[in-house]
Design a protein around this ligand. Structure first.
Ligand code: IVH
Length: 688
C-alpha cells in the first residue's frame, strides 16, 4: 500500500519524537516519558516502516541499537559487537513457550526430541558494560553505546568495589566480561534522600534521580570520577565478549552456564538467581517464581532472560538482524506508568513529618494498582512542579512507596495551581514548621497529634525511657485504634477491663501490663525527658538537660538562649525544646503524667559541679566485672565525658571488659589508652 502524505507526516513526527526522547534517555539520562511510552512510539514507527518500506531511511530511530555517545569520553570500538536481545511480546508466563517453540523449530527438532536446556537469568535494569582484562588486569571498561562503539568509562568503573581490578593467575590473556552495572533500591533511596537534603540546603545544580537505572547510567557516564565515586554502584556479570580462543590457551567452554560459573570463580558477581532450566515448563516456572519475588529483590529487574545453554546450539541458531535467536527477554509489568494527579493531600507520619501525597487516577504499575504516590516534601513538589490535574510518570518498584517521578508539561491543564504546604497540621491543627536546612515540614503537635500517638507511646514505653515491659507494637496499635488511649497519660488510667477487652489479651497478660505500668511510674528525670520524644532530644541530651537544670519545671520554662548554655546543646536543639514546651498541650500532658503518679527525684542545678572528664571521648567494650554498660555510661557522662560507639584517633580511652573484641584491637592498633574497670574508677576519681 503506497504511503499517503498523512502517513509520511506521522513517520516524520515519530522520527522527531523518538530522536528527542532517545537523546533525553541515552545522552542526558533524564527521560521525560516512561519506557513503555517510548516503546509504543517505537513500535508504531516499526509497523509503519514494515507496511511502507519506502519510508524507511537509514537515519530512522529504528535503525539504531543503543544511544548516542556523550561528548567527553574516548570512543571504544567493541571487538565483538554488543547486541541487544529480542523481547517476547506475550507478557504472561506462557510467553516462554513461544520462545522454546521458535528455538525448536529453528533447530528442526521434532516433538519427540528431548527438551532443550536453557539458562534462566534475571534481566537487570541498569547499564550494560564491557570489562576488558589483559593478563588479568582491568585495562578498559566501556558502555555499549550503539553496539559497535561505546564510551571509555574505565576511570568511573574502577571505583565499583564489586568489579575486580586484578584477576587470579589462571585467567585467559584476553578476557572481556559483560554484565550490568546497577544501583540497589536501598542505595537509590539513600542517594535520593541525600540529594533532597542537598537541595534543601540550597545546593545548586543538584537533582534527584528518576529511577535506579538512570542514577546508575548517570554515575557511569559522569565526567567527574570524584562524583562517580560517591554513587553506590553494583555489578552482575551475565556474558562475555572477546576471549583468548582455546587454540591459543584460552578456555574451551561448551556451555553458557559453565562459563558463568567460571566467571564467578574468578571473582565476578554472578546472580544466585541464574540457573539452568530444561524445556518450556521450567522457563515458565522460573518466570512465575521470579515474578513473585520481584518486589522483595534488593534491585530492579524488568524481566527475565532465557538463553540456550549449549554454545554449539547458540552458534547453530545464529542471529537475525542484530539479535541472537538463542536468547529472549521476557518482561514483567512496567514499573513506571502515566496517570493524572487528582489531588495533593498532606499526610502526617509517625514522627510528625508532613508528606505531600499525590492522589492518582488508579493505574497498574509494577504489578499492582496504585492510587497514591509520595511527593516527599515541598521542595520536591516545586522542583518537579507537580500540580493538580497534571499528567505524571509514577514509579513503583519493590515494596518502596510509589512516587511521582516527573510531570509531562505539555499536558498541563490551563490554570493549574502551584502547590502550597499548609501552615497547620491537617490532623491536629498545630503549627507546621520547617526548620532551617531541613527538607521537611513537621507538625509541632507532638503527643497531642493523633498521627504521632502510636510512635510517641512506643517511644515513651521503650526500655531506655519509661521501660514499660510488655507494651509492644501490637498492643499499642490496638490501643490507639480502639481509642482507649488518646494521649500518653491515658496509659496510666487504663483499667483491667479496658485492657482485657482488647483482642487476644488474656487477663494474665493484662495484669502484667498493669504491673509494668505501675512500676514505670518511679523513674528518673532523664528517662522521662527522653520518653517525651522531643525532637532532637536523645538520651544524651536528656541527661545533659537534667544535669544542668536539675528540675523539669526549669527546663520547661527555659528560653532558647538559656537552653543554649547547656553543654552540647546547639541552636537547632534549643529551639526544638523551647517550641515543644511552648505548646500548651505538651505542658498539659506533662502535668497529667505527674498527676497520674509518674515521679522522679529532682536535683539541684549541677552546672557548676566539677567535670573531670569534660572533653574526653571514651569507648566501652566487653563486659565489666561489676558495672553494667549503662551504669558505666551514666557515670562517665556525669563526669563530662562523651561515650562513643567506635574507636578512632580521637578516642581518649577504651574501657575494656571480658570478651572485648574488635574495638580493643583497634585501640591497640591506634595506640589508644586501654583501661579496665578499676582504671575507669580511678579515672572518675580524677586520679589518672
Ligand atoms: S544478554 C546477546 N543477559 O538487557 C545478548 N542482557 O537488550 C546480550 N540485560 O543491554 C545481552 N540483564 O544491558 C543479557 N541477564 C541478562 C541481562 C541483559 C539485563 C540488558 C543488557 C542489554 C539488554 C538487552
Amino acid at each position: 500500500m503506497p504511503a499517503t502524505p498523512k502517513i509520511q507526516e506521522r513517520v516524520d513526527a515519530l522520527h522527531e519524537l523518538l530522536h528527542h526522547h532517545a537523546h533525553r534517555y541515552y545522552v542526558l539520562d533524564e527521560p521525560e516519558i516512561p519506557d513503555t511510552e517510548y516503546d509504543k512510539l517505537f513500535r508504531e514507527l516499526q509497523e509503519l516502516e514494515d507496511k511502507h518500506p519506502e519510508l524507511l531511511t537509514p537515519d530512522s530511530p529504528t535503525q539504531r541499537v543503543g544511544g548516542k555517545l556523550l561528548e567527553g569520553f574516548a570512543k571504544v570500538r567493541h571487538k565483538v559487537p554488543m547486541l541487544s536481545i529480542r523481547t517476547e511480546t506475550d507478557i504472561e508466563a506462557s510467553g516462554a513457550r513461544n520462545f522454546d517453540g521458535r528455538v525448536r523449530r529453528e533447530l528442526g527438532l521434532a516433538e519427540s526430541d528431548p527438551p532443550i536446556e536453557y539458562v534462566a537469568e534475571l534481566k537487570f535494569d541498569g547499564l550494560a558494560l564491557n570489562l576488558r582484562y589483559e593478563d588479568g588486569v582491568l585495562v578498559q571498561a566501556a558502555t555499549r553505546g550503539d553496539g559497535e562503539i561505546g564510551e571509555d568509562v574505565t576511570q568511573n568503573i574502577r571505583t565499583i568495589g564489586q568489579i575486580p581490578l586484578r584477576l587470579p593467575k589462571d585467567v585467559p590473556a584476553v578476557l572481556e566480561v559483560r554484565g550490568e552495572v546497577y544501583i540497589r533500591r536501598d542505595d537509590f533511596e539513600k542517594l535520593n534522600e541525600l540529594q533532597r537534603e542537598k537541595i534543601a540546603q540550597g545546593a545548586k545544580g543538584e537533582k534527584t534521580f528518576v529511577n535506579p537505572r538512570n542514577a546508575a547510567a548517570g554515575a557511569v557516564r559522569q565526567l567527574d570520577p570524584a562524583i562517580a565515586r560517591q554513587r553506590p554502584l553494583s555489578f552482575f556479570a551475565y556474558g562475555w565478549g572477546e576471549v583468548t580462543p582455546p587454540e591459543q590457551g584460552g578456555p574451551a567452554f561448551a556451555a553458557h552456564f559453565e562459563a558463568l560459573l567460571t566467571l564467578r570463580s574468578w571473582g565476578f558477581p554472578v546472580s544466585a538467581r541464574t540457573q539452568l532450566a530444561t524445556g518450556a515448563d521450567e522457563l515458565i516456572a522460573y518466570h512465575q517464581a521470579v515474578g513473585q519475588e520481584r518486589d522483595s529483590l534488593p534491585f530492579d529487574i524488568d524481566g527475565v532472560v532465557y538463553k540456550v545453554n549449549s554454545l554449539a546450539l547458540q552458534k547453530q541458531l545464529g542471529f537475525v538482524s542484530r539479535e541472537p535467536r538463542w536468547a529472549v527477554a521476557h518482561k514483567y509489568p512496567a514499573q513506571e506508568q502515566l496517570t493524572t494527579v487528582q489531588a495533593i493531600e498532606v499526610q502526617v507520619g509517625r514522627t510528625g513529618k508532613l508528606t505531600p501525597v499525590a492522589k492518582l487516577a488508579p493505574v497498574f504499575v509494577g504489578g499492582v494498582t496504585v492510587t497514591n504516590a509520595t511527593l516527599h516534601n515541598e521542595d520536591e513538589v516545586h522542583r518537579k512542579d507537580v500540580r493538580v490535574g497534571d499528567t505524571v510518570i509514577v514509579r513503583r518498584a519493590g515494596d518502596v512507596i510509589p512516587e511521582v517521578v516527573s510531570v509531562l508539561p505539555e499536558k498541563r491543564v490551563p490554570g493549574a495551581r502551584i502547590f502550597k504546604m499548609p501552615a497547620n497540621c491537617p490532623v491536629c491543627g498545630s503549627d507546621a514548621v520547617r526548620e532551617e536546612g531541613e527538607a521537611n515540614h513537621r507538625c509541632t503537635g507532638g503527643l497531642f497529634c493523633g498521627a504521632q500517638r502510636k510512635q510517641a507511646i512506643l517511644h515513651f514505653a521503650q526500655r531506655r525511657a519509661l521501660d514499660i515491659e510488655g507494651l509492644g507494637e501490637k498492643l499499642v496499635d490496638q490501643m490507639v485504634e480502639a481509642n482507649v488511649i488518646k494521649a500518653l497519660p491515658d496509659l496510666y488510667r487504663l483499667g483491667l477491663n479496658a485492657l482485657s477487652s482488647l483482642d487476644r489479651m488474656a487477663d494474665k497478660s493484662a495484669q502484667n501490663v498493669l504491673a509494668a505500668l505501675e512500676k514505670s511510674k518511679q523513674t528518673t528525670l532523664p528517662r522521662f525527658l527522653y520518653g517525651l520524644g522531643v525532637r532532637h532530644v536523645g538520651e544524651a541530651t536528656a541527661k545533659d538537660l537534667a544535669r544542668y537544670f536539675g528540675k523539669l519545671d526549669a527546663i520547661m520554662d527555659a528560653s532558647a538562649e538559656q537552653l543554649l548554655e547547656v553543654p552540647d546543646v546547639g541552636p537547632v536543639v534549643a529551639e526544638s525544646i523551647h517550641t515543644f514546651f511552648q505548646q500548651p498541650h505538651n505542658r498539659e500532658v506533662v502535668e497529667q503524667l505527674r498527676a497520674c503518679g509518674v515521679t522522679w527525684d529532682e536535683g539541684e542545678p549541677a552546672a557548676r559541679a566539677p567535670k573531670p572528664l569534660a572533653g574526653k571521648t571514651i569507648v566501652l567494650t566487653g563486659t565489666l566485672p561489676t558495672l553494667s554498660r549503662d551504669e558505666a555510661k551514666d557515670m562517665l557522662e556525669a563526669a563530662g565525658a562523651k561515650v562513643a560507639g567506635s574507636v578512632s584517633k580521637k578516642t581518649d580511652y577504651v574501657v575494656a571488659g571480658a570478651e572485648a573484641g574488635s574495638k580493643l584491637d583497634k585501640a591497640r592498633e591506634l595506640g589508644v589508652a586501654v583501661l579496665d574497670e578499676e582504671g575507669l574508677k580511678e579515672l572518675l576519681r580524677g586520679r589518672t
